[in-house]
Design a protein around this ligand. Sequence first.
Ligand code: SF4
Length: 440
Amino acid sequence: MIDTNIFQDKTAVYYTLGCKLNFSETSTIAKALQELGVRKARKGEEADICVINTCSVTEVADKKCRQAIHKLLKQHPNAFVVVTGCYAQLKPDTIADIEGVDMVLGAEQKKDLAHYLGNLQKKKVGEIHASPVKDIRSFAPSCSRGDRTRFFLKVQDGCDYFCSYCTIPLARGRSRNGSIASLVEQAKKAAAEGGKEIVLTGVNIGDFGRSTGETFFDLVKALDEVEGIERFRISSIEPNLLTDEIIDYVAHSRHFMPHFHIPLQSGCDEVLKLMRRRYDTNLFAAKIDRIRSVMPDAFIGVDVIVGTRGETEDYFEQSCNFLRQLDVTQLHVFSYSERPGTQALKIEPAVSPQEKHRRSQCLLEISDEKWHAFYARHIGQIMPVLLERSKSGMPMHGFSANYIRVEVPHDDALDNCVVQVQLGNFNADSTALEGMILTR
Ligand code: SF4
């Protein structure tokens, strides 16, 4: 039982690092504390509670987490400090040893954060509550509001794939998901709160259904029926799980947008084997062809990692050549980071930081060319754009169905509205196309 009196008139700050999933979960934690009477601290106000939701995707992410904890301890010296998230699950002792940290909560405990806070008395030594990774089993539902327009609906958590470079299965546990019925309910609630767009998030969302015996395709069809949500986007899906039936369904769906985000990680089959990915370049190319055959104008974003252990100069060249001829829109380029406990650490040779940087730059150039060409070929077209709030006097931005960022002059009345826009040239900083509003 929680003694709600303790929380009355208390204030909290929330700090999130990492992925959309983490942001979504932090907002669920904040909602739970708000229901107990905790309000968000104002800018500059000292808070009673600090919640830090961490990430551990790279070494840099770990460092940023530690920096964030120190910064918040300085800003809120008397606050009860609780740290959770992937870094907390993987390195609870390191975090508990930081002077001033009161509690470290693992992945399984995150959803019950309010229950662990007790009487909010600061501890002499950081307390750790973290289950071993094999015992992380529960699915914590979460649907957060990114802004007025967009919601992030967590549909799945954890991963069973164990790619050789990835630490996520060690931090988030096995694959599990919410039921279709519960997710449809959350989508309806988002619509009732004025949400127009929902982004489906998870760690390996194509693997949806492990814990409920359902399929991701069934989820897509059920969500497509939810009244009021005008747009759904699938955040990131493994190529081997992006089935032709999903692609064909999206092509004809009114609400699922022609927008895909598919992790490739390398365009060289030898490297894919070292990474223990579950597809080869032939399968990936076939998926892209399939999408293009039914949605020639779809936005296709592709994740690539450079400098993985074992990626020789020759393998990297093969990857570049594959990516150059691949008909995708943008590359999201990441530098490989060594993660403790992963199989990739046994692979030789390692790639130097300078070489990783050079390879990143090569891929970013390829990406820029593709992105620019994609935008340029849409100039002059008319398409619906969902506009998002901007600061008064600043231009407004929004996205087309196929994820082209569009800039229009500020007009408060158009916040969260879908309008017909004719796409013009690139804007001043070349991050969007200028749009001329035709109908409201
Ligand atoms: S699919 Fe591979 S890279 Fe993605 S979360 Fe699972 S183990 Fe990590």
